[in-house]
Design a protein around this ligand. Structure first.
Ligand code: THU
Length: 159
């Protein structure tokens, strides 16, 4: 028997101004995306934005449904769109935020979204940075989506 430990490293920025301008810009796009979220049931708008290696930025948000399980989180709305339309392009950075959260901390993606985020990362063969932002507060940065889901489900059939 061996005892093992998994450590997750991340960086924390107390103010938006501490971040690179390009990251501030991406976070601002995610904040903007919250405005068009369709979240009448939860009143919890979530916005996400990705920067691709082409320099393009795309945004997504949560899209709820009266049949609750039919709703989609912001992260998957965005990643599925990007993968459907630009399968050859790579994601460099993803920013996620929520404008009506009661928590003092940045919103963190749900487990299902983390699994999808990791699959996109494996698919493109390179890690992408993830920025989680609390409006008016701190931002935490992960070097890869895999950092958010250690021991993610995988199988040898897939690279
Ligand atoms: N939500 C997201 O969009 N992303 C997450 O990672 C967690 C939750 C959405 C789903 C639902 O529309 C609302 O937030 C409340 O759970």
């Amino acid at each position: 028997m061996q005892n093992k430990k998994i450590e997750i490293g991340y960086r924390q920025f107390d103010n938006l101004a501490e971040l690179e301008v390009s990251d501030q810009n991406l976070i601002n796009r995610a904040l903007e995306a919250c405005k068009t979220a369709y979240a009448p049931y939860s009143n919890f708008p979530v916005g996400a934005a990705v920067l691709l290696d082409s320099g393009e930025i795309f945004i997504g948000n949560n899209q709820e449904n009266i049949s609750f399980p039919a709703g989609t989180c912001a992260e998957r709305t965005l990643l599925n769109f990007v993968h459907a339309n630009f399968p050859e392009k790579k994601i460099l950075t993803m920013a996620i935020t929520a404008t009506n959260s009661h928590s003092h901390n940045p919103v963190t993606p749900c487990g299902v979204c983390r699994q999808v985020m990791v699959e996109m990362e494996r698919e493109q063969d390179t890690d992408y940075r993830v920025l989680l932002h609390k409006p008016g507060g701190s931002t935490i940065e992960f070097s890869g989506a895999n950092q958010l889901l250690p021991l993610a489900f995988e199988d040898k059939l897939k690279k």
